[in-house]
Design a binder for this molecule. Structure first.
Ligand SMILES: *Cc1c(COP(=O)(O)O)cnc(C)c1O
Length: 385
């Protein structure tokens, strides 16, 4: 790429932090051993690195190292949580509860389970993107085995009230899973304080490498049982077989470490840049903010633009700004965003939406340029009609 548009798609993925790459490099070459090789120094070096990384990631969410199961990312962690719980607890009950605005890596496994005879409640959201806690409580039945509600939405950035959901689930003795792919290291997460039983994580949304993530699985109060979805060599306590990818795991831990160390600084900068962007764009007529105004990820701004063609708007911007209208997965298809539809938007308004994902490496001048490009693009499209 010679000319590069301004990258504002941090909910899809983020560039790797140089410091993460530096931490990973030795594990591709000198320290290449298989962490499961227990008979020689190559294996020991790799195992020690994995152990340290596991401890760091566990501490970041107030868990213990034994509760971290490495996976290829949040998609796999979500599949392991949803299908693994269904398979382990089906004799107790066959009802699950989730939310209409979840990522497809939750919705699709849930629909798959429906096909196997499970019942799934897909809770609606309010106009601000948050769930109604009373509706959640009412949806719980004696047969309910799992509630899965994401920590931070990947389109509208809305932060769900995890502690309140956790306490409802604990009261009814239903397991609570949260997809924290967008939240880890960006907002405080504590599996004890929030009474979370399973949590999906991924590295590539927090300036770490692609292809690595984890599922936190509670081991006490209560101990969570899970049926493995990938079987083989018995790695990760038999819950996820396959040779551990040491460089990715080391990079994941480094990304988490940096995210925590820089959380306050990153949050402040992102909020400031987002406020500027919203102040400028929000001045135009017919612009709506999607999602709760304050209870959202600091780097997220999602707006709908009335009276313009969504495809034309994105096309007009794409040479200058890299962003999308919905999630990376749904923007490959032509369907309007299921998240914006759940907010009550028409198809046309859902199409005419822009998701700005600001990240650690964006600069203020980039945001100033972005505001101007977006305003120009909207005004020129509106002047055509
Ligand atoms: C990105 C994302 C996923 C998928 O994570 P991968 O690691 O890419 O598999 C799942 N859930 C949410 C909320 C996400 O943002």
């Amino acid at each position: 790429m010679s000319f590069r548009p301004i990258y504002l798609d941090s909910h899809a993925t983020t560039p790797m932090d140089q410091r993460v790459l530096t931490a990973m490099l030795p594990y591709f070459t000198e320290d290449f051993g298989n962490p499961s090789s227990i008979n020689h120094a190559y294996g020991w070096a790799a195992a020690a690195a994995v152990k340290e990384a596991r401890t760091q990631i566990a501490e970041a969410i107030n868990a213990t190292p034994a509760e971290i199961i490495f996976t290829s990312g949040a998609t796999e962690a979500n599949n392991l949580a949803i299908k693994g719980i269904a398979e382990a607890y089906f004799s107790k009950g066959r009802h699950l509860i989730t939310v209409q605005t979840e990522h497809s890596a939750i919705l699709d496994p849930c629909r798959y389970l429906e096909g196997l005879g499970f019942e799934v409640t897909f809770l609606p959201v309010q106009a601000d993107g948050l769930i109604d806690l009373t509706a959640l409580e009412k949806a719980i039945k004696p047969e309910t085995i799992l509630v899965s509600v994401m920590a931070a939405n990947n389109e509208i950035g809305v932060l769900m009230p995890l502690a309140a959901i956790g306490s409802i689930c604990r009261e009814y003795e239903v397991l609570f899973h949260t997809d924290a792919a967008q939240a880890i290291a960006k907002i405080p997460l504590d599996v004890e304080a929030m009474q979370i039983d399973l949590m999906s994580l991924t590295a590539h949304k927090i300036y770490g490498p692609k292809g690595i993530g984890a599922l936190y699985v509670r081991r006490r109060n209560p101990r969570v049982n899970l049926a493995p979805q990938i079987q083989g060599g018995g790695q990760e306590k038999g819950l996820r077989s396959g040779t551990l990818c040491t460089p990715q795991i080391v990079g994941f831990a480094k990304a988490v470490e940096l995210g925590l160390a820089e959380q306050t600084k990153d949050t402040e900068r992102l909020k400031e840049m987002r406020a500027y962007l919203w102040e400028k764009i929000g001045k135009l007529d017919g612009i709506r903010l999607n999602g709760h105004p304050t209870q959202r990820l600091p780097g997220n701004l999602n707006v709908s633009v009335e009276g313009v063609d969504g495809a034309a708007l994105l096309l007009g911007l794409q040479s200058r700004i890299a962003l999308s209208s919905g999630s990376a997965c749904s923007s490959e298809s032509t369907a309007p965003s299921h998240v914006l539809k759940a907010l009550g938007h028409s198809d046309a308004l859902a199409y005419a939406s822009l998701r700005f994902g600001l990240g650690r490496f964006n600069t203020f001048p980039e945001i100033e340029e972005t505001a101007q490009y977006v305003i120009d693009a909207i005004q020129s499209l509106r002047s055509l009609v």
